[in-house]
Design a protein around this ligand. Structure first.
Ligand SMILES: C[S@@+](CC[C@H](N)C(=O)[O-])C[C@H]1O[C@@H](n2cnc3c(N)ncnc32)[C@H](O)[C@@H]1O
Length: 260
């Protein structure tokens, strides 16, 4: 039995725009690629395991289609009110914000649990300029620019910078995103942004702490296992940052740190 068994090539999820929006966490997993008068057409074989979950969770009427309507890549998923999708998927319905990813090598084809934790943490932060240290495929930069303000995404990996830039061309967030191909240590000491996003490994957190700008007031950190978090939090505590809130998933943690 292969992973496409029991899934038709295409599906129509029936409902008006309010129905679709109300059940969008499930509809997103079915890989929605086209709005039609009856509802939305989906391409479930682009992500069979996700689509099976979506079909199980979706209470709306679903009818099969004989042909695949598209092959969107990467697959779509929601995280809170974020709709993470490819350029081929439909745009986000009311109540959701689009985050667009082209296929690429920035940070895997699928949002990591730490990225999802950071996205959820953004809701509680003030509108202000920010810097995204180790921006990877640029999801956090894109999210910040869609809802909070201008941001600079920094990464030393040219593939990450290319992925971030290509995705931004499709996403077009309301605020400006500047992309900077450089090591954090070169950029951070003179950064003027009060908000820092840092979803990076522990070794990079130590580099960040060493280079920390005096302008930073709020840091969202992740990329650290909850069981190993003590050392990283201590490094930031020495700079005057205390934990304001925290969350975790699959053994990974995310902390919002504030000072002053
Ligand atoms: C975990 S991935 C990025 C995740 C991304 N922030 C997100 O939330 O989806 C970490 C990124 O940090 C970058 N990175 C690691 N150390 C760095 C350094 N010293 N300077 C700049 N970028 C760095 C890597 O190239 C990689 O793209």
């Amino acid at each position: 039995m292969n992973s496409n068994d029991l899934l038709p090539p295409g599906l129509t999820v029936h409902g008006d725009p309010d129905d679709i929006a109300a059940h969008f966490a499930a509809v997103a997993l079915l890989q929605p690629v086209r709005r039609v008068p009856a509802g939305v057409v989906c391409a479930p074989r682009a992500a069979p395991d996700l689509a099976r979950s979506g079909r199980g969770a979706c209470p709306l009427v679903i009818t099969p289609l004989a042909e695949p309507p598209a092959w969107p890549d990467p697959p779509s998923v929601t995280a809170g009110n974020w709709f993470i999708r490819s350029p081929v998927h439909i745009g986000a319905p009311h109540g959701f914000h689009d985050l667009v990813q082209v296929p690429g090598e920035g940070f895997g084809a699928w949002p990591h649990p730490t990225t999802l934790l950071c996205l959820r943490a953004l809701d509680r932060l003030p509108r202000a300029p920010a810097i995204d240290l180790g921006c990877g495929s640029g999801l956090l930069s894109q999210a910040w620019a869609a809802t909070h303000g201008p941001i600079t995404g920094v990464d030393l990996d040219a593939r990450a910078i290319a992925h971030t830039t290509a995705s931004l061309a499709h996403a077009r967030p309301v605020h400006r995103v500047e992309v900077c191909h450089a090591p954090i240590a070169r950029v951070l000491p003179t950064a003027t942004q009060p908000v820092v996003l840092a979803n990076v490994p522990p070794v990079t957190h130590r580099e960040i702490a060493t280079a920390m700008t005096p302008a930073a007031r709020i840091i969202v950190i992740s990329g650290v296992r909850t069981r190993d978090a003590g050392q990283t939090l201590t490094v930031y505590a020495r700079l005057g940052f205390g934990v304001s809130s925290s969350s975790d998933a699959d053994g990974w943690g995310c902390w919002v740190l504030v000072r002053g």
